[in-house]
Structure formats: structure tokens, C-alpha cells
Design a protein around this ligand. Structure first.
Ligand SMILES: Cc1cc2nc3c(=O)[nH]c(=O)nc-3n(C[C@H](O)[C@H](O)[C@H](O)COP(=O)(O)O)c2cc1C
Length: 270
């Protein structure tokens, strides 16, 4: 069997976990076998149609956005053809909660012709923060990812007929999680966009890492598309020139950092 990864990963945490799982499964199957990667973080990659065969295993990962699969990815995810390939559904979340993201990803994959045999929810440094789940996935998380891969390998070699894996989450899925203001009323931060300070040296790295292709190449302080607040431009900027000043966004970030500070651990489903 051939092993593949498919992932969207604006700040690299999803890529890290998905790659480890796939590499370890592949190593167990056959030493030296190369894992094929489909990184669909950038807009151009989401223009390519992708399909698999029943001789393939695909480790598919997305970050959790508002407790769900990022809605900007739904169209693309629904265009992938499983053709009975085995799939492992993986979500990365920033230590708040993954709510219904894992069950939603599992269902999307199953509906598109994959046999979803395992699922995992892992923790990654929160896109909004440099302190919430800082530097995760860490060594302990990566060791859990390796063990998870070993268990998946055992399942693949022991079973011939696969049932869809049970994972945590509610169906029908709950609504997208919404931050609240000081008065406890839900706020909409979807329209919030990053600003650029005078430390910007116009290197244009932000243009090349924006998963929505939304930063204007001619004027990097201008947005020409939507911002999903994925953190790619903020965390990759070599001069820390990108930032948010929206009051509701900053309050939400602060609240997350305080309220969800205690460490959560990965959850695995097989
Ligand atoms: C708009 C947005 C909403 C998010 N919502 C959640 C959430 O509901 N729960 C959570 O724990 N983390 C949430 N996160 C954090 C990411 O899921 C987390 O940081 C993930 O590790 C990022 O993956 P990446 O490094 O592959 O981009 C959110 C991030 C963004 C950008």
C-alpha cells in the first residue's frame, strides 16, 4: 500500500502531526517507502483535482476553526475522490476544543469514498497566540502520534473489512463557535483584518504564505480577499510587522489564553 498525506496548515502544526503519522505507518509497512504529500494550504494547490485508489492510505489533516472543519475548505475537500482508499482523519486545535471538527472531517471523507479507519485530535499552538499551547505539538505529542501510527498499522494488517471509526462529536454538528464580548454577547470577528506597521521591509513573504491569496503583492498592507486569521502572515513575518488591533479579536485572544491555559492531551479513535 502507498501512504499519502493531505493537509492544510497555515502555521505548520497540522503538517507536523500528519507527516509523523504517515511516515511512521509507511516505515512499518516498508522501510524506505516514500510518503507522497498533498499540501493544499495555498490557493493554487486547491485547483488540482486529487483522487486515490483502494491500494492507498491517506492521512488527512485540517486545523479546527470555530469548532469545525474550516468552511473555506469544504468545496475542495468535497472534490477529493477516495475510491475506497483508507483514511485517517486528523484535526489540530489550539487547546480550547475541537467540538465537532473531527466528526465533520470523518463524515466528509467517508462521503467522498474513503474508508475512515481512525481519527485523532491533536493540539497545536493557537493561531491567534504565541503563548496558548506554545510550541505544540511537542515531543510528547509527537510520541503519541507515533504510537497512534503503530496502532493504525496493526489495525490495517489485522483486519480485512473496515467499519467507519467512531469519533467524539455531535451530529447534527453544532454551530460555529463564536467569541463573546465583555457583555457576554456573541461578536463576529470574521471581518477583522491584519494591519502592517512601519517595520515592514516589503519582503513579500506574507504574500506567498497567505492561504487565501489575499495580500496585495503591490501593496502588502492592502487586502484583496478574505482573511481567516490563520496566523500565517503574523507568525512568519521576519520583522513582526503584521498585527491585529481589533478590540473584540484581542479580547477573545486574551480570554482564550487565560481560560484555556491548562494543557489538553491528544485523543485517539481506532
Ligand atoms: C479562525 C480560527 C478559529 C479557530 N478556532 C479554534 C477552536 O474553535 N478551538 C481551538 O481549540 N482552536 C481553534 N483555532 C486554533 C487552531 O485550530 C490551531 O492553532 C491549529 O493548531 C492551527 O493549525 P496550523 O498550524 O496547521 O495552521 C482556531 C484558529 C483560527 C485561525
Amino acid at each position: 500500500m502507498k501512504v499519502n498525506t493531505m493537509f492544510f496548515s497555515a502555521t505548520g502544526t497540522t503538517r507536523k502531526v500528519v507527516s509523523r503519522i504517515a511516515e511512521k505507518i509507511s516505515e512499518n509497512l516498508e522501510k524506505g517507502m516514500v510518503v507522497k504529500s498533498f499540501d493544499f494550504t495555498l490557493p493554487n494547490a486547491r485547483k488540482e483535482p486529487v483522487s486515490f485508489t483502494k491500494e492507498e492510505i491517506v492521512v488527512v489533516g485540517v486545523p479546527v476553526i470555530a469548532g469545525r472543519v474550516p468552511n473555506v475548505l469544504l468545496k475542495y475537500l468535497n472534490s477529493i475522490k477516495g475510491n475506497d482508499a483508507l483514511a485517517i482523519a486528523v484535526v489540530l486545535y489550539g487547546n480550547r476544543n475541537y467540538d465537532d471538527a473531527l466528526i465533520e472531517l470523518r463524515d466528509i471523507l467517508q462521503l467522498n469514498g474513503f474508508k475512515v479507519i481512525a481519527g485523532g485530535a491533536f493540539i497545536g499552538e493557537h493561531s491567534f497566540s504565541k503563548i496558548l499551547a506554545k510550541d505544540r505539538p511537542d515531543e510528547k505529542d509527537m510520541a503519541i502520534a507515533s504510537d497512534f501510527a503503530d496502532q493504525i498499522y496493526s489495525k490495517i494488517t489485522a483486519e480485512a473489512d473496515f467499519q467507519i471509526v467512531n469519533v467524539k462529536g455531535k451530529s447534527p454538528y453544532r454551530d460555529y463557535y463564536r467569541p463573546k464580548n465583555l457583555q457576554g454577547e456573541p461578536v463576529d470577528i470574521r471581518k477583522v483584518t491584519p494591519l502592517t506597521n512601519s517595520d515592514c521591509n516589503n519582503c513579500k513573504l506574507c504574500v506567498s504564505v497567505c492561504p487565501m491569496g489575499s495580500i496585495d503583492k503591490e501593496d502588502v498592507s492592502r487586502l484583496i480577499g478574505i482573511c481567516i486569521k490563520c496566523g500565517a502572515c503574523i507568525k512568519n513575518c521576519p520583522t513582526q510587522a503584521k498585527y491585529y488591533d481589533d478590540e473584540d479579536y484581542l479580547r477573545h485572544k486574551y480570554e482564550l489564553e487565560i481560560e484555556f491555559a491548562s494543557r489538553r492531551e491528544p485523543e485517539l479513535f481506532l
